[in-house]
Write a protein of this length. Structure first.
Length: 170
């Protein structure tokens, strides 16, 4: 009985290791294909496995972690991080895990853009997060904001009251 359990355990570990190796090998092949395709599109490969250490603060404690983008490339003066994806679901930028990864890159890497390369289809997509590209607008600056109308109303009321009482002799 113990021998059977031990054999099952070893066989399962070997199977998991084999599957993980296949996934890693497929990813490496996808990255090599992406490099060749990007060069053919006129991109210059600046860094493979671009690394960036980022700090996260949790309850006042600073915790460093490492982000690794597959490729840092440059074309026409624009620097980009390219994330290479293989498989059926991973290349889809709206998949939550992929989207979060791309958003991490957009916030953390000092580049002009983020791109995703679908190694299965040979497609390069430009990813933008418009909310990150424009400055935040306060409620008082928004055109038509209720708070702005209230502010202007109060300013007018105060000014009107001041002017009324400044011309009246007491």
């Amino acid at each position: 009985m113990c021998l059977g359990a031990w054999l099952f355990y070893r066989l399962r570990r070997a199977l998991v290791a084999f599957r993980m190796k296949r996934i890693r090998d497929k990813g490496r092949r996808g990255e090599k294909d992406a490099e060749a395709a990007l060069k053919a599109m006129g991109y210059k490969i600046l860094v493979e496995q671009a690394r960036r250490e980022v700090l996260m603060e949790v309850n006042g404690e600073k915790i460093p972690f490492l982000l690794i983008g597959d490729l840092m490339v440059e074309k026409d003066g624009e620097t980009s991080i390219v994330e290479v994806k293989t498989g059926a679901k991973a290349p889809n930028p709206v998949m939550s895990a992929t989207r979060r990864q791309l958003l991490e890159y957009a916030v953390s890497f000092p580049v002009d853009s983020i791109k995703i390369y679908n190694a299965e289809r040979g497609e390069l997509s430009d990813i933008r997060f418009p909310e990150l590209e424009r400055p935040a607008v306060s409620l008082l600056e928004k055109k038509g904001s209720t708070l702005a109308y209230i502010g202007w109303f109060l300013a007018g009321l105060i000014l009107g009251t001041y002017l009324c009482y400044s011309f009246v002799e007491v």
